[in-house]
Design a protein around this ligand. Structure first.
Ligand code: CUA
Length: 157
């Protein structure tokens, strides 16, 4: 069978596109310098946030050689701690809860994004490859100060 040269060219070109799309979907997050490792939730009463060992003192803690945990409290209209400081190329598990209403914990320009629901602890493990300062914003309307609700995440080299 003799395939016309142009036809073969288009066949090859469309194969390259299809493979390209699959690669983009599979590895798209790598290009953003972040890898989503895990995603899960547990519960906590909003009244207990101040008595909870993890959240009475919002902080970042080293728990293993390359493992960190960040306990983050969101409330109208801020995040604690601020800034959140973590090292690059280490697994960081964020535990985020709310003291009052529904917020979100969204790290701008990455896929680190979770709803923060009072009564629940949103947990996700991520790894930042790109050092720098990232904005942390709230994507759920939470009141008159919603648009000013922002913090920062510093990823140290
Ligand atoms: Cu918190 Cu919008």
């Amino acid at each position: 069978m003799n395939i016309h040269a142009y036809e073969r060219l288009w066949l090859v070109a469309s194969m390259v596109l299809i493979v390209g799309f699959i690669v983009t979907i599979t590895y798209g997050t790598v290009g953003l310098g972040i890898t989503m490792v895990d995603d899960r939730e547990e519960t906590i009463s909003p009244d207990d946030v101040d008595e909870d060992d993890r959240f009475q003192d919002p902080r970042v803690e080293q728990v293993g050689e390359n493992e960190f945990e960040a306990y983050v409290v969101s409330m109208t209209f801020l995040f604690q701690p601020d800034p959140i400081e973590i090292p690059a190329n280490n697994e960081v598990t964020f535990y985020v809860t709310s003291r009052d209403v529904i917020h979100s914990f969204t790290v701008v320009g990455t896929n680190t994004n979770t709803m923060v629901i009072p009564g629940e602890v949103s947990a996700m493990t991520v790894e930042f490859d790109e050092p720098g300062e990232y904005g942390v914003v709230c994507n759920e309307y939470c009141g008159p100060g919603h648009h000013d609700m922002e913090g920062s995440l510093i990823v140290h080299p």
